[in-house]
Design a binder for this molecule. Structure first.
Ligand code: ATP
Length: 234
């Protein structure tokens, strides 16, 4: 499966945020979407997942336009989204939160998906009956990712997973995304932690004022002087 976004414009009310943004993510690659606060990264993910309507432009899965396709249907088609701030249900258990991510799967595959997620995140297995609100920040982030994975996405978009986490936990969460990618999923990662995301990413895009201003392999971006100056403080 391949996600293609082209010439995307979008915004809130009259305030335009995206000015012709384009990107591609294929299965089996981890792509970083980098940029300063307010550049439009979250807006891009929300537009791709169908939570926000684009003004113009095209979002397509395997060449098929998603124009007019609901967010729920996009999720069923294989587009997963872990929103900024995790949006878990704090008074529900870990397992109940996970099952919400698989609402449209048959019962038999729900059980096998749960086992797959618990194998990926053994700490969630240990805490499966614990309320989500009592988990640490890192565990909550893993739960949010696990819940999105329960829907068996082919392309997973993750917004700022390392926000508020210690460097060690941030590394742990990002290495899980690398593992998910190694299993064949496509991952689009929005991250403030540019150094860490370029360590796990295959490729990346730099967004400024709602446009892609630079793209390349993670290696090319890490050695780009502009990227180093703006995001890596070297
Ligand atoms: P951040 O890292 O801060 O989340 P970002 O690159 O993800 O940055 P966006 O969250 O997409 O940026 O925000 C882009 C612009 O859109 C910002 O100027 C922001 O203030 C504005 N914006 C975001 N959400 C809304 C909203 N719901 N209503 C109005 N303006 C919004």
């Amino acid at each position: 499966m391949k996600l293609s976004v082209s010439d995307l414009t979008a915004g809130y009310g009259k305030a335009q945020v995206l000015f012709g943004l384009g990107l591609e993510v294929a299965e089996g690659e981890l792509v970083a979407l980098l940029g300063a606060n307010g550049a439009g990264k979250t807006t891009t993910l929300r537009t791709v997942s169908g939570l926000l309507k684009p003004w113009t432009g095209r979002v397509a899965l395997d060449g098929q336009s998603l124009l007019g396709v609901s967010a729920a249907r996009r999720a069923q088609m294989g587009l997963g989204h872990v929103p900024e701030g995790r949006q878990l249900f704090p008074l529900m258990s870990v397992e109940e939160n996970l099952l919400l991510g698989a609402a449209f799967l048959a019962w038999s595959s729900k059980t096998s998906e749960l086992q797959r997620i618990y194998a990926l995140f053994p700490r969630l297995a240990e805490r499966r009956l614990q309320m989500a609100g009592t988990l640490s920040g890192g565990e909550q982030q893993m739960l949010a990712i696990g819940r999105a994975l329960m829907g068996k996405p082919r392309i997973l978009m993750v917004d700022e997973p390392s926000l508020g986490l210690s460097p060690k936990l941030a590394e742990e969460v990002l290495s899980t995304l690398a593992q998910v990618k190694a299993e064949g999923m496509g991952v689009l990662l929005v991250e403030q932690n540019v150094a860490l995301s370029l360590e796990v990413a295959d490729r990346g895009y730099v967004v400024e004022h709602g446009r892609v201003v630079l793209s390349g392999s993670a290696k090319e971006l890490s050695s780009d002087q502009g990227v180093q100056k703006a995001y890596l403080a070297l």
